[in-house]
Write a protein that binds this ligand. Sequence first.
Ligand SMILES: [Mg+2]
Length: 376
Amino acid sequence: MRIASVRAIPLLVTLDEPQRTGVATYTRLATTLVEVRGDDGTVGYGECLARYSPRIWAAIVDDLLAPLVVGADPFDTERLWTVMFRDLRSFSGHSRGMLVEGIAGVDIALWDLKARALGLPLYALLGGATRTELAAYGSSVMVRERKQMEADAAALVERGFRAIKVKIGVGVAEDVGNIRAIRRVIGDDVDLMLDANGAYRAAEAIDLARRVEGERIAWLEEPVVADDLDGYARIRAATSIPLAAGEAEFTRFGVRDLLARRILDVLQPDVARSGGVSETLKIVALAASHHVAYAPHVGFSAAVCVAATLHLAAAAPTFLTYECIYTANPLREALARVPVGGPAQLRDGRIPVPAGPGLGIDLDPEVLARHRITDW
Ligand SMILES: [Mg+2]
């Protein structure tokens, strides 16, 4: 088989209700999908992490990456990843950022295409399923009035989640109050993670961590911005709460530096950002060599990223827990004809891994058309 075409599909939706983290308020969600078509008619889909202006990523895919892979054998994923990465680095001088997210979209589509061509679920090509059901946590109780956050947390436990994550970062005192209130509401048997999205300076994060150490926090995620590795080191030395990060990293090279500092307990690469399936496999292996668990990031991504994440999680021996997003996002909830990886799929606190060929999802063309940016 040869690759006949590579095509970007930029998508955008307006949310009915804004969603607020400690550092940003989202009124619209975007993503860019990648469709790779083989000359035998087999089609694979990938996704680039594209939070805004998804046409930027579409241009990267259509203008820069497609010419590098059209005509090639789609089974050459390792070679094609290297061709894309080296070419972009050589011509543009960039080896991080949107270019790597573009590569991620193409790479995921190639893996989907390969697995579909073989009639196998993607995890079978990744070494087989270590597990077919994933431990999962409800993500995330967004920043709202405290009473509403308490109600949101209680609702997640009611739905069957045995672990939940809460957005923090609005101020240490208010966060501490929110965390204590939510711990009271959910009881002692539910795991509680905190995500600051890099809102704090190290001293503030240390203050917060010390004040909530008695609340049995499973991890503190991105307490400071990703670039502040010294800040992570200070926080780690000052608290017994495990630290999590990695959603802001792009390739094995960034992750290598993060791991070398011995500041993390949990690594959270996002397959749609960190170079796709090919690169995430390397990142997870690198983390394993440092005894750091793999807890994939999904965030506001769409159904293609979710499905690829489920397969990687199924295959990875060091997988810890899956980020099951429950907040509204039509790009995640409605894009696949049969939804995967959402709270509606939760059984006994676990999420099943799709078993169909490729990513195990079929995209709904009507939903694609509805959200597609048409002046592209
Ligand atoms: Mg996060």
